[in-house]
Ligand binder design. Structure first.
Ligand code: HXC
Length: 258
Protein backbone atom coordinates (compact mmCIF):
# COMPACT_ATOMS: atom_id res chain seq x y z
CA UNK A 1 0.00 0.00 0.00
CA UNK A 2 1.48 3.36 -1.04
CA UNK A 3 0.98 6.24 1.37
CA UNK A 4 1.92 9.92 0.97
CA UNK A 5 2.81 10.87 4.51
CA UNK A 6 4.03 7.63 6.08
CA UNK A 7 6.31 4.78 4.99
CA UNK A 8 5.45 1.24 6.04
CA UNK A 9 7.93 -1.64 5.96
CA UNK A 10 7.07 -5.13 7.12
CA UNK A 11 9.96 -7.47 7.82
CA UNK A 12 10.41 -10.44 10.14
CA UNK A 13 6.93 -10.00 11.67
CA UNK A 14 7.59 -6.35 12.56
CA UNK A 15 5.78 -3.43 10.91
CA UNK A 16 7.85 -0.26 10.98
CA UNK A 17 5.69 2.81 10.36
CA UNK A 18 7.70 5.94 9.71
CA UNK A 19 5.97 9.34 9.85
CA UNK A 20 7.26 11.14 6.78
CA UNK A 21 6.56 14.86 6.42
CA UNK A 22 10.17 16.05 6.71
CA UNK A 23 9.41 19.64 5.65
CA UNK A 24 7.03 20.11 8.59
CA UNK A 25 8.86 18.06 11.25
CA UNK A 26 6.21 15.36 10.76
CA UNK A 27 3.39 17.65 11.90
CA UNK A 28 0.20 15.63 12.13
CA UNK A 29 -2.23 16.77 9.45
CA UNK A 30 -5.48 15.03 8.59
CA UNK A 31 -3.86 13.13 5.70
CA UNK A 32 -1.16 11.71 7.97
CA UNK A 33 -3.57 10.84 10.76
CA UNK A 34 -5.88 9.09 8.26
CA UNK A 35 -3.01 7.13 6.72
CA UNK A 36 -1.58 6.23 10.11
CA UNK A 37 -4.86 4.87 11.41
CA UNK A 38 -5.36 2.93 8.16
CA UNK A 39 -1.85 1.44 8.34
CA UNK A 40 -2.25 0.50 12.00
CA UNK A 41 -5.59 -1.18 11.39
CA UNK A 42 -4.09 -3.09 8.44
CA UNK A 43 -1.05 -4.17 10.50
CA UNK A 44 -3.32 -5.33 13.33
CA UNK A 45 -5.16 -7.60 10.90
CA UNK A 46 -2.05 -8.86 9.11
CA UNK A 47 -0.81 -12.32 10.18
CA UNK A 48 2.70 -11.33 9.11
CA UNK A 49 2.82 -8.62 11.78
CA UNK A 50 3.35 -9.40 15.46
CA UNK A 51 4.65 -6.06 16.69
CA UNK A 52 4.44 -2.50 15.36
CA UNK A 53 6.95 0.34 15.65
CA UNK A 54 5.97 3.96 15.04
CA UNK A 55 8.88 6.31 14.44
CA UNK A 56 9.73 9.61 12.79
CA UNK A 57 13.06 11.10 11.68
CA UNK A 58 16.22 11.81 13.65
CA UNK A 59 15.05 15.42 14.07
CA UNK A 60 11.41 14.85 14.91
CA UNK A 61 9.06 12.09 15.91
CA UNK A 62 6.29 14.66 15.35
CA UNK A 63 6.15 18.36 16.24
CA UNK A 64 2.43 18.20 17.00
CA UNK A 65 -0.77 18.75 15.07
CA UNK A 66 -0.28 20.76 11.88
CA UNK A 67 -0.66 24.36 12.95
CA UNK A 68 -1.04 25.60 9.34
CA UNK A 69 -3.96 23.24 8.79
CA UNK A 70 -5.52 24.09 12.16
CA UNK A 71 -5.05 27.83 12.49
CA UNK A 72 -8.15 29.03 10.63
CA UNK A 73 -10.52 26.39 11.95
CA UNK A 74 -13.51 27.44 14.04
CA UNK A 75 -15.10 25.79 17.05
CA UNK A 76 -17.79 24.43 14.74
CA UNK A 77 -15.12 22.85 12.50
CA UNK A 78 -13.15 21.08 15.23
CA UNK A 79 -16.14 20.17 17.39
CA UNK A 80 -18.19 19.20 14.35
CA UNK A 81 -15.71 16.63 13.06
CA UNK A 82 -14.28 15.86 16.52
CA UNK A 83 -10.77 16.56 15.23
CA UNK A 84 -8.57 13.45 15.26
CA UNK A 85 -10.86 11.58 17.68
CA UNK A 86 -11.57 8.72 15.27
CA UNK A 87 -7.89 8.45 14.30
CA UNK A 88 -6.68 8.35 17.90
CA UNK A 89 -9.37 5.78 18.74
CA UNK A 90 -7.97 3.67 15.91
CA UNK A 91 -4.51 3.77 17.53
CA UNK A 92 -5.83 2.67 20.91
CA UNK A 93 -7.97 -0.11 19.37
CA UNK A 94 -4.90 -1.92 18.01
CA UNK A 95 -4.47 -5.19 19.92
CA UNK A 96 -0.88 -5.91 18.92
CA UNK A 97 1.93 -4.13 20.80
CA UNK A 98 3.02 -0.74 19.46
CA UNK A 99 6.44 0.67 20.34
CA UNK A 100 7.04 4.39 19.87
CA UNK A 101 10.67 4.96 18.81
CA UNK A 102 11.16 8.66 19.47
CA UNK A 103 14.07 10.78 18.29
CA UNK A 104 14.05 14.58 18.31
CA UNK A 105 10.86 16.49 18.95
CA UNK A 106 7.74 14.77 20.29
CA UNK A 107 5.57 17.80 20.98
CA UNK A 108 1.86 18.34 21.46
CA UNK A 109 0.05 15.69 19.41
CA UNK A 110 3.46 14.06 18.78
CA UNK A 111 4.00 13.51 22.49
CA UNK A 112 0.39 12.36 22.77
CA UNK A 113 0.80 9.88 19.91
CA UNK A 114 3.92 8.46 21.56
CA UNK A 115 1.99 8.07 24.84
CA UNK A 116 -0.83 6.21 23.03
CA UNK A 117 1.71 3.53 22.10
CA UNK A 118 2.40 0.70 24.54
CA UNK A 119 5.81 1.96 25.49
CA UNK A 120 8.31 4.56 24.39
CA UNK A 121 11.95 3.93 23.51
CA UNK A 122 13.75 7.19 22.94
CA UNK A 123 16.98 8.51 21.52
CA UNK A 124 19.27 10.63 23.67
CA UNK A 125 18.27 13.70 21.58
CA UNK A 126 14.54 13.29 22.28
CA UNK A 127 12.53 16.27 23.51
CA UNK A 128 9.01 15.88 24.83
CA UNK A 129 6.58 18.70 25.45
CA UNK A 130 2.99 19.87 25.53
CA UNK A 131 3.44 23.44 24.28
CA UNK A 132 -0.21 23.96 23.22
CA UNK A 133 -0.54 26.71 25.84
CA UNK A 134 1.70 28.89 23.63
CA UNK A 135 -0.89 28.58 20.86
CA UNK A 136 -3.82 29.49 23.08
CA UNK A 137 -5.17 25.94 23.31
CA UNK A 138 -4.78 22.85 25.46
CA UNK A 139 -3.68 19.36 24.50
CA UNK A 140 -6.41 17.62 22.50
CA UNK A 141 -5.22 14.06 21.96
CA UNK A 142 -4.96 12.91 25.57
CA UNK A 143 -1.97 14.86 26.92
CA UNK A 144 -3.58 16.26 30.04
CA UNK A 145 -4.79 12.76 30.97
CA UNK A 146 -2.01 10.41 29.84
CA UNK A 147 0.97 12.58 30.83
CA UNK A 148 -0.58 13.10 34.25
CA UNK A 149 -1.03 9.36 34.78
CA UNK A 150 2.48 8.62 33.53
CA UNK A 151 4.52 11.28 35.34
CA UNK A 152 2.19 12.56 38.09
CA UNK A 153 0.30 15.81 38.58
CA UNK A 154 3.18 18.10 39.50
CA UNK A 155 5.35 17.46 36.44
CA UNK A 156 2.35 17.25 34.12
CA UNK A 157 1.09 20.64 35.32
CA UNK A 158 4.60 22.08 34.92
CA UNK A 159 4.81 20.78 31.32
CA UNK A 160 1.32 21.90 30.28
CA UNK A 161 1.38 25.27 32.04
CA UNK A 162 4.86 26.39 30.97
CA UNK A 163 5.06 24.55 27.63
CA UNK A 164 8.68 23.67 28.42
CA UNK A 165 10.41 20.68 26.84
CA UNK A 166 11.67 17.64 28.75
CA UNK A 167 14.90 15.97 27.60
CA UNK A 168 15.51 12.23 27.35
CA UNK A 169 17.21 11.93 30.75
CA UNK A 170 14.29 13.62 32.51
CA UNK A 171 11.81 11.52 30.52
CA UNK A 172 13.53 8.33 31.67
CA UNK A 173 13.82 9.55 35.26
CA UNK A 174 10.11 10.26 35.52
CA UNK A 175 8.98 7.07 33.80
CA UNK A 176 7.65 8.59 30.57
CA UNK A 177 9.97 6.38 28.51
CA UNK A 178 11.11 2.84 29.14
CA UNK A 179 14.69 3.32 27.91
CA UNK A 180 17.04 5.87 26.33
CA UNK A 181 19.50 4.76 23.64
CA UNK A 182 22.04 6.63 21.48
CA UNK A 183 20.22 8.25 18.54
CA UNK A 184 22.12 6.21 15.95
CA UNK A 185 20.96 2.97 17.58
CA UNK A 186 17.30 3.82 18.07
CA UNK A 187 15.79 1.95 15.12
CA UNK A 188 18.04 -1.10 15.57
CA UNK A 189 17.13 -1.23 19.26
CA UNK A 190 13.41 -0.83 18.53
CA UNK A 191 13.59 -3.62 15.94
CA UNK A 192 15.49 -5.86 18.36
CA UNK A 193 12.88 -5.21 21.04
CA UNK A 194 10.03 -5.87 18.60
CA UNK A 195 11.70 -9.10 17.46
CA UNK A 196 11.89 -10.26 21.07
CA UNK A 197 8.13 -9.68 21.45
CA UNK A 198 7.45 -11.36 18.09
CA UNK A 199 9.00 -14.63 19.25
CA UNK A 200 6.67 -14.96 22.27
CA UNK A 201 3.31 -16.72 22.21
CA UNK A 202 1.11 -14.14 20.49
CA UNK A 203 -1.92 -15.18 22.55
CA UNK A 204 0.05 -14.35 25.69
CA UNK A 205 1.24 -11.06 24.18
CA UNK A 206 -2.35 -9.95 23.59
CA UNK A 207 -3.23 -10.98 27.15
CA UNK A 208 -0.32 -8.97 28.59
CA UNK A 209 -1.33 -5.83 26.68
CA UNK A 210 -4.97 -6.11 27.77
CA UNK A 211 -3.96 -6.76 31.38
CA UNK A 212 -1.49 -3.89 31.71
CA UNK A 213 -3.95 -1.49 30.04
CA UNK A 214 -6.54 -2.45 32.64
CA UNK A 215 -4.35 -0.70 35.21
CA UNK A 216 -5.33 2.59 33.54
CA UNK A 217 -8.98 1.85 33.09
CA UNK A 218 -10.30 0.36 36.29
CA UNK A 219 -9.90 0.09 40.04
CA UNK A 220 -7.04 -1.89 41.61
CA UNK A 221 -9.45 -4.56 42.84
CA UNK A 222 -11.07 -5.04 39.41
CA UNK A 223 -7.69 -4.92 37.71
CA UNK A 224 -6.26 -7.61 39.97
CA UNK A 225 -9.29 -9.82 39.36
CA UNK A 226 -9.00 -9.27 35.60
CA UNK A 227 -5.31 -10.24 35.72
CA UNK A 228 -5.99 -13.37 37.78
CA UNK A 229 -8.72 -14.54 35.41
CA UNK A 230 -6.47 -13.96 32.41
CA UNK A 231 -3.72 -15.94 34.17
CA UNK A 232 -6.18 -18.79 34.81
CA UNK A 233 -7.49 -18.75 31.24
CA UNK A 234 -4.01 -19.10 29.74
CA UNK A 235 -3.84 -22.60 31.25
CA UNK A 236 -6.23 -23.59 28.45
CA UNK A 237 -3.58 -22.86 25.80
CA UNK A 238 -1.03 -25.22 24.25
CA UNK A 239 1.55 -22.44 24.61
CA UNK A 240 1.31 -22.59 28.42
CA UNK A 241 2.01 -26.34 28.31
CA UNK A 242 4.87 -25.79 25.87
CA UNK A 243 6.37 -22.84 27.80
CA UNK A 244 6.45 -24.68 31.11
CA UNK A 245 7.61 -28.00 29.57
CA UNK A 246 10.43 -26.18 27.77
CA UNK A 247 11.59 -24.63 31.03
CA UNK A 248 11.64 -27.99 32.78
CA UNK A 249 13.42 -29.65 29.85
CA UNK A 250 15.96 -26.79 29.72
CA UNK A 251 15.24 -25.87 26.08
CA UNK A 252 13.73 -22.91 24.21
CA UNK A 253 9.94 -22.95 23.86
CA UNK A 254 8.40 -23.45 20.42
CA UNK A 255 5.22 -21.41 20.66
CA UNK A 256 2.45 -22.02 18.13
CA UNK A 257 0.08 -19.22 19.15
CA UNK A 258 -2.66 -21.53 20.28
C1 HXC B 1 3.01 22.88 11.17
C2 HXC B 1 5.26 22.88 11.69
C3 HXC B 1 4.97 22.43 12.99
C4 HXC B 1 3.60 22.19 13.35
C5 HXC B 1 7.10 22.68 12.80
N1 HXC B 1 6.58 23.02 11.62
N2 HXC B 1 6.14 22.32 13.67
N3 HXC B 1 4.29 23.10 10.78
N4 HXC B 1 2.68 22.43 12.40
N5 HXC B 1 3.25 21.73 14.54
C6 HXC B 1 7.28 23.47 10.42
C7 HXC B 1 7.75 24.91 10.55
O1 HXC B 1 6.70 25.81 10.25
C8 HXC B 1 8.85 24.94 9.50
O2 HXC B 1 8.29 25.05 8.22
C9 HXC B 1 9.47 23.55 9.63
O3 HXC B 1 8.47 22.73 10.22
C10 HXC B 1 10.70 23.52 10.52
O4 HXC B 1 10.35 24.08 11.76
P1 HXC B 1 11.18 25.27 12.47
O5 HXC B 1 10.28 25.92 13.44
O6 HXC B 1 11.83 26.13 11.43
O7 HXC B 1 12.32 24.42 13.18
P2 HXC B 1 13.10 24.75 14.53
O8 HXC B 1 13.49 26.19 14.57
O9 HXC B 1 14.16 23.71 14.62
O10 HXC B 1 12.03 24.53 15.70
C11 HXC B 1 11.50 23.26 15.95
C12 HXC B 1 10.28 23.34 16.90
C13 HXC B 1 9.26 24.37 16.34
C14 HXC B 1 10.73 23.78 18.29
C15 HXC B 1 9.69 21.93 16.98
O11 HXC B 1 9.02 24.05 14.95
C16 HXC B 1 7.93 24.36 17.07
O12 HXC B 1 7.82 24.93 18.13
N6 HXC B 1 6.90 23.75 16.44
C17 HXC B 1 5.54 23.79 16.96
C18 HXC B 1 5.38 22.84 18.14
C19 HXC B 1 3.95 22.90 18.73
O13 HXC B 1 3.52 24.00 19.16
N7 HXC B 1 3.27 21.77 18.76
C20 HXC B 1 1.93 21.68 19.28
C21 HXC B 1 0.88 21.82 18.18
S1 HXC B 1 -0.76 21.77 18.79
P3 HXC B 1 8.75 26.21 7.19
O14 HXC B 1 7.82 26.01 6.04
O15 HXC B 1 8.60 27.51 7.90
O16 HXC B 1 10.17 25.86 6.90
C22 HXC B 1 -1.10 20.15 19.00
C23 HXC B 1 -2.48 19.83 19.53
C24 HXC B 1 -2.88 18.40 19.26
O17 HXC B 1 -0.31 19.29 18.78
C25 HXC B 1 -4.36 18.17 19.50
C26 HXC B 1 -5.09 17.73 18.29
C27 HXC B 1 -6.54 17.32 18.53
Amino acid sequence: MAYETIIVEIEDYVALIRLNRPDALNALNSKLMGELSEALTAADGNDNVRCIIITGSEKAFAAGADIKEMSEKTFVDVFGDDMFAAETEAVTRVRKPIIAAVAGYALGGGCELAMMCDFILCADNAKFGQPEINLGVVAGMGGTQRLTRFVGKSKSMDMHLTGRFMDAAEAERCGLVSRVVPAKELIAEAKKTAAKIAEKSQITVLAVKESVNRAYETTMREGLLFERRVFHSLFSTEDQKEGMAAFLEKRSPQFRDR
